[in-house]
Design a protein around this ligand. Sequence first.
Ligand code: ADP
Length: 187
Amino acid sequence: MRAVLLGPPGAGKGTQAARLSVRLGVPAISTGDIFRVNVKGGTALGLTAREFMDAGHLVPDEVTNAMVRDRLAQDDAAEGFLLDGYPRNPEQAVELDSMLAELGSGLDVAIEITANFDVVTDRLLKRAQVEGRADDTEPVIRKRLDVYANSTAPLTAFYAGRGLLVQVDGLGGIDEVTDRLVAAVAA
Ligand code: ADP
């Protein structure tokens, strides 16, 4: 199963990707997590990514695409993967297609977790109090939602046009949403 997970910040992509990865037996690959590990470790990649992340902007495509290309070439992704947080704009989506074509494969499904912006803003502000992520402040949350609406949301039409899109309501309990996702992917 080769899948991408779409949905606004705070829709629960990270939580659900971890669960779905267990159910599907494929690795969950989160570009945001990879960037955060690099920021923490003070790597060159982390130093580049940090300023963009802290402002709620996308990290430049050439940086992100190269990172994903390396990750997808690893053995554990050969039989499938669940991408969380990539692609995030049409250019990345085109790049992903060509990476997969080079590997002799293609996407099976694009799953959109839907949630309205008021709900996700509340969730992110609450998460800020627990986790203290640098980009969970109100102005940066607003910026991330803007970026989602302008750059990432158009991907749903892109994948729908290819018959790959499934939409899952992200409101409700964590288990409930996982069950919906499993059912949607199986269908
Ligand atoms: P969220 O979905 O809650 O905004 P993520 O952990 O997915 O959180 O992403 C955090 C930040 O990491 C993004 O705001 C962006 O700066 C960077 N990032 C993650 N994925 C990408 C990507 N595909 N392209 C560019 N930047 C990315």
